[in-house]
Write a protein that binds this ligand. Structure first.
Ligand code: MN
Length: 265
């Protein structure tokens, strides 16, 4: 279901709050950090991004898979998770709006988390108007329409009823199931190899069509690129991993000059 709601900040097309001169401040977009305690260098890079890089931004958008897994907002009692939420909360305290979209690994991020992180939840897909241009934001998993088993799982997993049942389980059970699902998952840290786990032409065309936009930004596939598609331009955000081999990561900047993919500083 497509949603298009005015956002809070001026550069993102909303009415703004007038606390800071928003005018030309850029929007920063990131995704697929897969944060966990097991990847300290990636966590450090995220801390630097939030504390320093994001300082000049009007808004920060996280387009899914911020966490390696999320089995309910009771995870906030974990000290690492609480530290990450507190870190993100400093953005709104500094007048930088934070928007968080669900990914396929953290789609159970709920109201308690959003409050703790000072974040506003964004439905997937979501159309923003930034510097006069309409831009579609998505995590990207729903575009991988060749993976029929996953699309079926996604439909069930995103139903309110299934989530209610799962969240009613004891924390230990949820944790055990999440662990089993992660080890069985085809989506490994390195990029998924088979084209089955990439977006499809049909999926992309349908999203251009549904939104009436000519720009899509998404993550999920871990294949950062800028694609010219029949319907417009598709920007794929990089995943972040500074703990395994080659440094991976980066962000997308949107300002009056358009969109630009930038490396981490
Ligand atoms: Mn993903």
């Amino acid at each position: 279901m497509l949603q298009e709601t005015p956002l809070r900040s001026v550069a993102a097309g909303g009415p703004g709050e007038g606390k800071r001169p928003h005018g030309a401040r850029p929007l920063f977009l990131i995704s697929d950090l897969h944060l966990s305690e097991d990847i300290p260098r990636t966590v450090a890079a995220f801390e630097h991004f939030i504390r320093t890089t994001a300082e000049e931004a009007d808004s920060v958008f996280i387009l899914g898979d911020l966490f390696e897994y999320w089995i309910g907002d009771d995870m906030l009692s974990d000290p690492f998770v609480a530290r990450m939420a507190a870190l993100m909360h400093t953005l709104s305290e500094r007048g930088v709006a934070l928007y968080v979209m669900h990914g396929n690994r953290d789609f159970l991020l709920g109201k308690r988390f959003m409050k703790a992180a000072g974040a506003i939840w964004l439905p997937d897909p979501f159309v923003i108007t930034a510097f006069g241009a309409r831009i579609t934001l998505a995590h990207g998993d729903a575009l991988c329409t060749a993976d029929h088993a996953y699309i079926r799982f996604r439909r069930v997993a995103r139903s309110r009823f299934a989530q209610m049942l799962f969240l009613a389980w004891p924390f230990k059970w949820r944790h055990a199931l999440a662990k089993r699902m992660r080890s069985a998952s085809q989506e490994s840290r390195s990029r998924p190899v088979s084209p089955k786990y990439d977006v499809t032409q049909e999926g992309v065309a349908a999203l251009f069509n549904e939104t009436g936009t000519t720009t899509i930004v998404h993550g999920h596939t871990h294949r950062p690129a800028t694609h010219r598609e029949p319907g417009g331009t598709r920007w794929v955000l990089p995943d972040w991993d500074l703990d395994h081999g080659e440094r991976r990561g980066g962000y997308l900047r949107i300002d009056a000059d358009g969109l630009r993919a930038l490396p981490l500083d």
